[in-house]
Design a protein around this ligand. Sequence first.
Ligand code: GLP
Length: 233
Amino acid sequence: MTQTKGEEVRQRLGTLIAAAEPGHRLPPERELMRTFGVARETIRRALDDLVFEGQLVKRAGVGTFVARPRLTKQFRMRSFTEEMRAQGMSSSSRLISATTHAAGARTGAQLRISPASPVISIQRVRLANDEPMAIETLRLPLDLVPGLAVRELESRSLYETLREDYDIELSSGSQRIEATVTDDAESALLGLAPQSPALLVDRVTWTAEGRRVEAARSVYRGDRYRFEVDLTA
Ligand code: GLP
């Protein structure tokens, strides 16, 4: 079987990483494009894959570095975009609403802010290869994301936006998954029959410093979605 350009680049980058010390900085994208004789998009994709696998770490505005080895293999916290990309699918979103309001008791407790603190609440339908997969409602403390370009979240990943525009790197989270059925509004948005089986996912994420960033509630269609968890003894 012949190798695609992307695979070849990944393999060569893999060799480069294996030979380098953790913390070593990779040459800039432009130089890699020249070295491998490929387009920027091919380099980006290969780098993104290696970041996703934990072999590289990207620091916004600084560069890409060889990652330090992980001590334990953990359940990786992925964004919707990363999950879809890993399965070779494209992802996009349809914005349903974006409002600013007081956190209230539940969200305030989840985000560890006062119930009176303002949050931005964003509801999106998430699509994989243009097919609706989930409805997500996110709440973020407003002071963390001043001027957030909500419309852009139709085509851009929230986690990427946090990283690139706000220098917010999510390090951990906690997630609860329950069985549910879709209500009328959810069924319509997902194009499903009323009362279709679904998964209700509640997620809270935070930075390495422990700052709560996101409280999200998502309804994933049960017929197309499966959660996989790696187990480590
Ligand atoms: C998953 C999580 C959400 C998170 C989202 C970010 O779907 N359940 O809590 O907000 O990923 O996805 P993206 O970065 O693609 O916008």
